[in-house]
Design a protein around this ligand. Structure first.
Ligand code: MTE
Length: 313
């Protein structure tokens, strides 16, 4: 016998649903709701949740690597806003709801902007499989879904004085238990030179494995700079600032001798407390591979022509 349908409280009959053409046209929807359409600072109307499917186009140029199992890369996380213990971050993120999110692109820009997530995604989502090498000498391979960082920076139109790009994560002591301790100079901050940020490889990820990012991997959006140690790939970004000076970064402020501003993966430059010549492949305690200069992305070498990499580590 067929079960009788009893609608849940959120059920809307077809007749009450918004016309599909309006639903898919955000501006028209805003207009229909009587809201101004000129401001870019309106909160997103779609509230994508971690794990929701994310439609991105495979970028064939970055598909050569075999990804690490998803259950490993989403349960072994460095996210100090939650915990310094990698294995407990995922559990601490379970049930966390992120606030409505916007990203400010400010500083030395001719067109400073505040965008919601859908507006950045509309620049064109693609999937790229990248290596990620942590400074702690373990590595993994992740299929990220996102947009090239350069596309976003171009929108803001940097002035000729802009030489660096600073990134800042959300600061919210209620959401992030780790920020209730003052040991770290919150919020988490990172930076790149402008040419690094404009490089084709620099990527802003909204998802991984074809789904919206889990919170523990940096939802709703994070940086991915695959030729640098993982700490440069800042999570949960709310502000991007174009500046004329090298910005202060969290790890560099705490331990400048251990965590340089450049942090390019380099087997020849050891961390003061351990060797960087090889790395443990995530998923095995025994399988190691030799560390590659720039993490196996030699195309970035021209960014550092004439720069002493030992000094600028
Ligand atoms: N971003 C923020 N905001 N907070 C952090 O603690 N940890 C960094 C980086 N981004 C971190 C962060 C470090 S040390 C690494 S190795 C990577 O995130 C880890 O990313 P994953 O958890 O997706 O593997």
């Amino acid at each position: 016998m067929m079960k009788q349908f009893s609608p849940p409280s959120w059920f809307l009959p077809d007749s009450a649903a918004t016309d599909e053409s309006l639903y898919f046209n955000r501006r028209a929807l805003l207009k229909a709701a009587g809201l101004a359409t000129t401001s870019l600072a309106l909160p997103s109307l779609s509230f994508a949740q971690p794990g929701d499917p994310l439609a991105s186009k495979t970028n064939p140029k970055f598909q050569q690597l075999e990804p690490t199992a998803e259950k490993l890369t989403t349960s072994y996380n460095n996210f100090y806003e939650f915990s310094t213990q990698k294995q407990e971050v995922k559990e601490l993120c379970a049930g966390v709801t992120l606030p409505p999110w916007q990203v400010e692109i400010t500083g030395l820009a001719q067109k400073p902007l505040t965008l919601d997530l859908d507006q950045i995604k509309a620049l064109g989502l693609e999937q790229r499989v990248y290596r990620l090498r942590c400074v702690e000498a373990w590595s993994m391979i992740v299929p990220w879904d996102g947009v090239p960082l350069a596309k976003l920076i171009q929108l803001a139109n940097p002035t000729s004085k802009a030489k660096y790009v600073a990134f800042v994560s959300l600061e919210d002591k209620k959401l992030f238990p780790g920020q209730r301790t003052s040991y770290y100079p919150w919020p988490y901050a990172e930076g790149l030179t402008l040419p690094e940020a404009m490089h084709e490889l620099s990527f802003l990820a909204f998802g991984c494995y074809g789904k919206e990012l889990p919170i523990q991997n940096g939802a709703p959006l994070r940086l991915v700079v695959p030729w640098k140690y993982g700490f440069k790939s800042i999570k949960s970004i709310v502000r991007i600032t174009l500046t004329d000076h090298q910005p202060a970064t969290l790890w560099n402020q705490i331990q400048p001798k251990e965590y340089g501003f450049y942090a390019n993966v380099n087997p020849a430059i050891d961390h003061p407390r351990w060797s960087q010549s090889s790395e443990r492949v995530l998923g095995s305690w025994f399988q190691r591979r030799p560390t590659e200069l720039f993490n196996g992305y030699p195309e970035v070498a021209p960014l550092y022509r004439g720069l002493d990499l030992k000094h600028n580590f």
